[in-house]
Design a protein around this ligand. Structure first.
Ligand code: CO
Length: 212
């Protein structure tokens, strides 16, 4: 059997296993979705959102792109964020990076990546914002890991720049924004424990869209 056909066999087995647990599994899911989480992660095939969080279908709204970027002019991620915050009413927004990220590594190279250049430039901008800290790390692997973390921090900051996020946050104190990093070597998620309240305070003079 070709690998392509195997996927359909896998699907049938998955359907059967779900129905064995709950005969109404799909009927219930088809009615509505009310996920508590929005997950923004890397497109990397080794970081499957639902699986690493142990969440079932219907429990997490997912957006993935190269290096988990929240680009202010990317209509795709901006639409996902607005829909999740305004219509789904998610309680938590997670930006999840991962060590060993190819996108972050590429952005550390003095190399022309063609059509990828404008996307990767967002990561180069993160490097520039934190250049003093990063240049002080002599070990290249440690510097790479730190850029992965700082990229997550800056994407979390991009999330709180959205008017829809600010509006709900000032009204109900939610959603809360979390920065995580996944480790490919051991499968563990690390919470960066970002102090997003402090970050919001720090940038509010510039980015606040909330009218009193
Ligand atoms: Co990646």
């Amino acid at each position: 059997m070709e690998i392509y056909q195997q996927v359909f066999e896998n699907n049938k087995k998955w359907v059967a296993s779900k129905l064995a647990q709950d005969a109404n599994f799909f009927e219930k899911l088809a009615k509505d979705q009310r996920p508590d989480f929005l997950y923004i992660g890397c497109a990397d095939s080794r970081v499957p959102a639902n699986e690493i969080m142990g969440l079932e279908p219907g429990e997490v709204f997912v957006h993935r792109n190269i290096a988990n970027l929240v680009v202010n002019t990317d209509l795709n991620v901006q639409s996902v964020l607005n829909y999740a915050v305004v219509h789904l009413g998610v309680k938590h927004i997670i930006v999840c990076g991962h060590y060993g990220c190819g996108g972050v590594k590429a952005a550390m190279q003095p190399k022309d990546f063609g059509i990828l250049n404008p996307w990767l430039r967002n990561i180069r901008d993160v490097y520039r914002l934190h250049q003093t800290e990063l240049d002080d790390i002599s070990d290249i692997d440690q510097r790479y890991n730190r850029l992965v973390e700082l990229n997550v921090l800056e994407q979390c900051i991009n999330v709180v720049k959205l008017a829809a996020v600010q509006k709900r946050y000032y009204k109900e104190g939610a959603p809360t924004v979390h920065g995580w990093v996944y480790d490919l070597h051991n499968g563990l998620l690390k919470d960066l424990n970002l102090d997003m309240d402090a970050e919001v305070k720090r940038i509010s003079k510039i980015y606040d869209l909330h009218e009193e």
